[in-house]
Design a protein around this ligand. Sequence first.
Ligand code: ADP
Ligand code: MG
Length: 396
Amino acid sequence: MKTLRDLGDVDGKRVLVRVDFNVPLGDGAVADDTRIRAALPTIEELRRRGARLVLVSHLGRPKDREPELSMGPVSERLAELTEAQVTLAPAVIGDEVLALAEDLTPGNILLLENVRYEPGEPKNDPALADALAELADVYVNDAFGAAHRAHASVVGPTRFLPAAAGRVMAREVEVLDGLLHRAKHPFVAVLGGSKVSDKLGVIEALLDRVDTLLIGGGMCFTFLAARGHTIGDSLFEESMVDTCRRLLKSGHDLRIPSDLTVLSPGGAFGAGVAPTGETRQVGPNVPDGWIGLDIGPGTAAEFADVISEARTVLWNGPMGVFEDPRFAAGTRTIAEAIAATKAFTVVGGGDSAAAVADFGVADRIDHVSTGGGASLEYLECGDLPGLSALRESAQA
Ligand code: ADP
Ligand code: MG
């Protein structure tokens, strides 16, 4: 896969960069600019090399062209983060946009409107890809978080323009590919989050590669049920029980919780809710009507021990409903164990990344992936549509 280095001279050239500026908004402003800041190394390198930049991203899932999902707030934040002059285009494509792109001076930025304002984007419409390619001489894809979608702005311009991966993309692929093919052992994966069905592909892909797989979060209850434990009203996916039973019997070192933190029947839980109900620690059997919402302290300590012996650790998915302080302890213990180990550590998944940020340990993790769905799909399949498009790009 080509990277920025392989692009050669871009001085004075227009470079279309697919970025991932799909940021959370609040009160008409960018609420968390992590993704914008992540793209700065690529943007700044191309500016230093004299490129004229056309940036394109999606934002949310607009059904129509709702103004609440305009790139306006992103454009304002981007202007604050770079010395460049940032112009927000009035649309994604069209004559007016083309004229703005042609007028760009070196080092300056034209940010296109939300690419999902175009119905051709999710359909991978070649006409949209062609119109985007018209705006530039070179295409760079730095939107790792969107690389699992075969959308027009992600895979299309590579058919028309010389193409390369930006710095975010190149680093993500280097790390995740390293996990799949060059991990140092013991290699420990910690998986949690809400659903087994969301993560089954990753579990299956990882089982043959890791030495130990630690399972917590909502998904552990289907495993506990498969082993014959009672799970009360905890999250449960009946259709996955047979699969979980098969995985438990596969002979791999797959560990599920031996204790849990549970909430009494009718208790309210979650981010920002008024906490009601009683919490209790139980062996892995959950009493009738109670809900398991975190791994227990014994399990957290056991998992932390396994992590401390590892040379490679991959973590995806919180161990409990960490948004509620009563059920955050398991996730915090794991986050701190991962921060403390000398192993090479990778965290993937939107909520897991939020958890390590919340607990203040993000800078002690070797790599926090910017793409939730994309990193899982890469681990599962070893490739993504956006990456294969870059590799197969006709030119460059
Ligand atoms: P990621 O975004 O890191 O991939 P997921 O989206 O799979 O993680 O899961 C995150 C969500 O899982 C969190 O909102 C958390 O509250 C929820 N969760 C964790 N443990 C449980 C549980 N025991 N019961 C219900 N939900 C849970
Ligand atoms: Mg999530």
